[in-house]
Unconditional design. Structure first.
Lengths: 409, 418, 414
């Protein structure tokens, strides 16, 4: 029975998250919701990263790069492509099922409202007689996810030979090149000024008879939570299947796995593709939620946040990593308030990050499986130890193989 | 247009070459470690002809061949560039090229020196230290605080030495506290553990300094003001002319005093370091550990102490680079990020764990960045892409020749794996 | 299913209600006002800290004078980090968590551009202090006001002044690739070209340390003058490295970045920075209003600085004008405060602040562009020149325009 405690606790936590927006009613409602949505976003990143790095042993520092690919794909898609019933005569356009698919010319960053792109000029010319449709947001998110998957596939192909530190440096290089490109190509990406995205539900949404404004927090909350749950389900399914076994073999000893007939190339590329697509999907949804994306989300420190969350949660257990991400995100936000000790004001906006770094190091040093994974593990393994010892005694004698954290199930 | 056409041609044949030649070498059961690189360079420089020649002859990929084909490729890019954009200042002005070259060289020496520390750490501990940039940052911060706040008027040399000593201690303490469990198989993936835990240190140090020192840009006074002087008198052009803050060579190339002193100091310290590594017992022990940990232990060297020494020394080298550059650049708690990235590029290019590689790699990266900022035609974008130039070198090196220029294939412990 | 549905809509509407009705908190003391400032990098921290101090002084002054609607005010300071996405998050936090009734401050344009939409959406009156991008008011949003100059005015100060410098034929501009830098460089270029000058622009990523390559490239262009349109320490780094290479402010007319107004940090970071021109907002100290003089004295005493920066004064005014508007409106209701702001005449540290154009009178009625919407039109823009090493920006010679001139410029190229 005790073995079920993690499942029960997890279920309760999930139920709590599901009903939280309905029962919470304080004045800081929107702010708390914002923290949680961002928490889910980081949870997806941390979970997929722990699958890639902890579970499959492909230590990547480019995860934020794939996230940005997702966000910028949908951002550029929604920013530059429109459907118009009339040809504008100014933009690049092509016929599209009786309508016109219009690609807006990039005007870059301007200070005045005088410079207008071709579509705005055309709209002004029509004098309001023509309705232009923007692209559907879900299509953008889908495209972003696919682009992330493709990029993950390509990077996975390129890094087949690389391991450990070399892999980390290569993926870091990829992420930095991407960041420099986004910052420099201001005409198209608007660089540091940030690319503005339409909200997740541009016309609002009606669920269960209630209408929600585009700015309401409830729709993005459930969207992000649903994405998180879907990602975790996929990861769990993968971890339990043959796939999980093989990618773990990749981590332990790539050469031995290959010798035993595991198609290492295929599984290495596959694990990259899947986890990167997840990161891209999270990036795309988050981009539409915050409605502005900048290359700063590619800062190494942002990546370090994801890494730290996964490590503190439990790097080899993606459920623990996801929970760690949510809890840490909430803790980091709530610790923002400065306090005074003995007349000295402690500016928590910065000190909280110092403590965070120390926590990360201590966790690494003394709790190698993170802080949350061992708790799950503790209940899960109840009674298993004796069983294993007995088994080992008959099979291999003492010390038969390394002891490892189990996959979550 | 011409330029991009040629580049696409080179990339296509380069990729084809790297794949085909690798296959060919595999099929003929030859050493394939350089086949990728040689194939790519042959394809890029000579197109199908080069690949065909390699395919039929499959010579042993000697250093001569590697360097020759590499140089040919670079030359080809340069020639194409000068034809494609004959108005470009990189083509028309020799003085400009010289000044960019000298600039790249000087800053490359300093970068190379900093990367040396990273390479030292890697060669002994097998850890890529992600806290290298933060050691650089605290080196500069300490010099500023010592010279300007704590003990105003102290000679800069003392301040630099003080900063180095503090960085050394931080490195040693961190190694004792955090890295020791790596060595005895207590951790099943030591490389990743090393990356993560140094990452934690970087995070902590950066915000710790920000919390204490604030985020205002600070800068130390320049250590050395040149006297007003020119030589030879009355010559045209004057060979060397100095003013307070800078030195001008042949009225074309100007070198600022902070950079000059930093580069000279780096070279001197490098020489001292070489002496330490090759002429003293400690240095020999360090090198022995980097070559074979077990054998060194049998010979009576305590590898754990060497680990501590190497990590502390590596951190100190980065701090020294920072301490020397704080007179040239404005300093913030965030300044470590870019030099840290650049150090990664350099050590990968030079070969992870290779000390001469780090230094040569540093100079090459300095030159590549100078060429990038100097020659990219659109001035609006040339500088925006600065962080990317080095990273392109990094990714290309890892793809074509992960061991870098001087890398050893098998170092002790886990380092040899890539 | 009916119960959760009702619950859902109930809570949702409660959330919306809580946001839109500032009235609910009107009688709650203290009245909270948000103050945005960049307090950590990559934002311009020197600027942010000055603004924070100024806004806290404003809070003290207003409370000492009896507060607002019988309440004390509480200025909640928030860090934008100079990043647009942090700016939007901060604005959201101000309004929904801290429950501020209005927002002042703001330094970086990109932050202003991004966060103004949040403020307008959540119907919170916002008076931007130091965000210059024209589109901030150009979008004609109901709740957005500004007392900083327009970017186009600031640019025109720079280029008009540059056109008057003798012996300048070719100008090199260093700009940052942000929505302050890029448009400012474009406008300055346009202005200089209208005067027949040749212009070449280099743009850099903020956070770059080493400008040697760019400096050499700029030097090879042989400019007669250099204009820096980069905020933050990038301005310091570039200027000193240019000086080292022989194209600094000692060698040719050099218009330094805004951050050079922080004299102490300026002289520490740019020891060879004498004779640089810097743009300054507001009249010289001897022409200060009574409020300006009082604030300057208090500010200097508080911070230990020798001079008061223009953005500190703007930040002070942005808080003070909000307080006055709430008093005049007699409520913290957003629409009433906006109405009060549109009709306000505020004697601020910078002068008499008012917003002539708004819902009552469209800017086009006077032939102005949309950017005059909710914009204080009388911002004084001057150019100062450091003429002695270690000089304080508040005492530096004002060399342009003639109306405020306190001395003749020194042209190092002559």
């Amino acid at each position: 029975m005790r073995k079920q405690i993690p499942n029960i606790a997890g279920g309760l936590f999930l139920i709590f998250l599901l009903i939280f927006p309905l029962i919470y009613g304080r004045a800081d409602y929107d702010y708390i919701m914002h923290i949680l949505i961002t928490g889910f976003f980081y949870a997806i990143l941390a979970a997929s990263w722990s699958m890639l790095s902890g579970y499959a042993g492909q230590f990547s520092f480019g995860h934020m790069g794939f996230m940005a690919i997702g966000a910028y794909t949908t951002g550029l898609f929604c920013h530059y492509i429109y459907i118009s019933p009339e040809p504008t005569g100014l933009c690049w356009e092509t016929g599209f099922f009786g309508q016109w698919l219009v690609v807006v010319n990039p005007i870059g960053v301007t200070s005045t409202t005088l410079t207008q792109d071709c579509l705005r000029q055309a709209l002004a010319g029509w004098g309001g007689g023509v309705e232009v449709t923007s692209m559907p947001v879900p299509l953008g998110i889908l495209l972003g996810t696919i682009m992330g998957g493709i990029a993950g596939f390509l990077i996975g192909m390129l890094v087949l030979r690389l391991r450990a530190a070399y892999l980390a440096l290569f993926t870091l290089g990829f992420s930095e090149i991407l960041k420099a490109t986004i910052s420099a190509e201001i005409d198209i990406t608007r660089g540091q000024a940030g690319l503005e995205l339409p909200p997740l539900y541009p016309n609002g949404v009606t669920w269960f008879g209630s209408y929600f404004e585009p700015t309401d927090k409830i729709p993005p909350y459930y969207t992000m939570l649903a994405l998180l749950i879907v990602c975790l389900l996929i990861l769990t399914w993968l971890a339990r299947s043959k796939f999980g076994l093989f990618v773990r073999a990749l981590r332990e000893d790539q050469d031995a796995a290959a010798a035993l007939g595991v198609n290492t190339v295929r599984y290495k590329v596959l694990v990259f593709t899947i986890t990167c697509a997840m990161a891209a999907a999270a990036g795309a949804v988050q981009g539409h939620y915050v409605q502005i994306i900048t290359p700063n989300m590619l800062f190494l420190l942002q990546m370090s946040l994801v890494v730290a969350m996964a490590v503190i949660g439990g790097i080899e257990n993606f459920v623990a990593a996801a929970i760690g991400a949510i809890l840490l995100q909430v803790a980091l936000e709530l610790l923002r308030n400065s306090f005074v000790i003995g007349g000295i004001e402690v500016d928590m906006t910065i000190w909280r990050l110092v403590f965070f770094g120390i926590l990360l190091m201590v966790t690494l040093r003394f709790f190698r499986n993170g802080l949350i994974a061992p708790v799950i593990h503790y209940f899960r393994r109840e009674g298993v130890a004796e069983e294993t010892v007995a088994k080992r005694a008959t099979l291999t004698g003492p010390g038969g193989g390394p002891h490892r954290a189990e996959a979550p199930d | 247009m011409l330029f991009w056409g040629v580049i696409v041609w080179m990339i296509v044949w380069g990729v084809a070459g790297s794949i085909l030649i690798k296959r060919r070498y595999l099929a003929r059961d030859l050493d394939t470690s350089n086949a990728n690189f040689v194939g790519a360079m042959a394809g890029a420089s000579l197109g199908p002809v080069g690949i065909a020649a390699l395919w039929t002859k499959t010579p042993k990929s000697s250093n001569f061949l590697i360097v020759g084909l590499g140089l040919l490729t670079v030359l080809l890019v340069a020639v194409t560039f000068s034809f494609a954009d004959p108005e470009n200042i990189c083509v028309t002005s020799g003085g400009f090229v010289a000044s960019q070259f000298v600039n790249g060289l000087i800053i490359g020496i300093i970068y190379g020196f900093m990367a040396l520390g990273l390479s030292l750490i890697f060669s002994i501990l097998g850890v890529v230290s992600f806290a290298h940039g933060e050691f650089y940052m605290i080196g500069g911060m300490l010099v500023y605080f010592i010279t300007a706040v704590w003990i105003p008027g102290v000679p800069p040399l003392l301040a630099v030495m003080g900063a180095c000593a503090i960085a050394f201690v931080i490195g040693a303490v961190f190694e004792r506290l955090m890295l020791t469990p790596m060595y005895h198989g207590k951790i099943d993936r030591p490389v990743e553990y090393g990356i993560l835990v140094t990452f934690g240190l970087a995070f902590t140090l950066q915000y710790f300094v920000q919390a204490l020192a604030g985020a205002n840009p600070v800068k130390a006074q320049r250590f050395l003001s040149f006297p007003r002087w020119s030589w030879p008198e009355g010559a045209d052009p004057v060979w060397i002319k100095t003013s307070r803050g800078s030195m001008t060579l042949f009225e074309q190339v100007s070198i600022s005093s902070p950079r000059f002193t930093a580069a000279i100091t780096c070279i001197l310290v490098l020489l001292a370091l070489l002496y330490l590594l090759h002429r003293t017992w400690t240095g020999k022990a360090l090198r022995a550990v980097s070559q074979d940990r077990e054998a060194a232990a049998i010979a009576g060297i305590n590898p754990d102490r060497m680990n501590m020494l190497a990590f502390a020394l590596g951190g100190m080298i980065a701090a020294l680079a920072g301490a020397l550059l704080v007179q040239a650049f404005s300093w913030l708690p965030q300044v470590g990020a870019i030099p840290a990235m650049r150090s990664f590029v350099i050590v990968v290019l030079g070969g992870l764990g290779s000390l001469p590689g780090a230094f040569v790699g540093g100079i090459m990266v300095g030159l590549v960045e100078a060429a990038g900022t100097g020659c990219v035609p659109d001035p609006q974008k040339a500088a925006s892409y600065i962080p990317a130039y080095g990273m392109i070198v990094l990714t290309l090196t890892l793809l074509l020749r992960p061991t870098g220029m001087f890398g050893r294939r098998f170092a002790s412990g886990a380092h040899g794996q890539f | 299913m009916t119960i959760p549905t009702r619950r859902l809509s109930l809570v949702a509407s409660a959330g919306v209600l809580a946001l839109s009705t500032g009235v609910a908190w009107a009688q709650d003391c203290p009245i909270k006002i948000g103050g945005m400032a960049p307090l950590s990098a990559p934002g311009t921290v020197v600027g942010g800290e000055a603004m924070r101090d100024a806004m806290l002084i404003a809070e003290e002054d207003i409370n000492a004078a009896g507060g607002v609607l019988g309440c004390d005010i509480d200025v909640v300071i928030g860090d934008t980090e100079g990043l647009p996405e942090k700016g939007t998050a901060l604005m959201e936090k101000f309004i929904s968590q801290d429950g501020v009734v209005a927002v002042g401050g703001g330094y970086h344009s990109s932050v202003g551009v991004a966060s103004k939409d949040v403020a307008d959406r959540l119907q919170t009156p916002t008076v931007f202090a130091e965000t210059w991008n024209d589109t901030i008011t150009g979008d004609k949003q109901k709740y957005i006001f500004r007392i900083a100059p327009l970017s186009s005015w600031a640019s025109s100060t720079i280029w008009k002044h540059a056109l008057e410098i003798p012996g300048v034929e070719k100008v090199a501009i260093l700009t940052e690739n942000t929505d302050y830098g890029i448009p400012a460089a474009e406008e300055t270029t346009r202005g200089l070209e209208s005067g027949g000058k040749e212009v070449v622009t280099f743009s850099v990523d903020i956070g770059t340390q080493d400008y040697a390559g760019i400096v050499q490239r700029m030097k090879a262009e042989n400019p007669d003058m250099i204009i820096v349109l980069a905020t933050g320490e990038a301005g310091y780094n570039f200027q000193q490295q240019a000086a080292d290479a022989g194209i600094g402010s000692l060698d040719m007319p050099f218009h330094a970045g805004q951050v050079s107004l922080e004299s102490k940090a300026y002289w520490e970071n740019v020891p060879d920075g004498n004779y640089a021109f810097v743009q300054r907002i507001g009249v010289p100290e001897n022409l200060f209003t009574e409020e300006g003089k009082a604030f300057a004295a208090k500010y200097k005493e508080r911070t230990g600085k020798d001079a008061v920066e223009s953005y500190a004064m703007e930040a002070y005014d942005s808080i003070a004008i909000i307080a006055q508007a709430i008093n005049e409106a007699g409520t913290t209701d957003a629409d009433a405060v906006v109405a009060a702001l549109e009709g306000i005449e505020h004697n601020g540290t910078l002068g008499k602040i008012y917003f002539p154009y708004g819902s009552g009178k469209d800017p086009s009625e006077d032939g102005h562009g949309d950017e005059y919407w909710h914009q204080w039109p009388d911002v004084a823009l001057t150019v100062i020149q450091y003429q002695a090493e270690g000089e304080n920006s508040g005492e530096a010679t004002i060399v342009w325009p003639d109306a405020y001139k306190t001395g003749d410029p020194i042209f190092v190229n002559q």
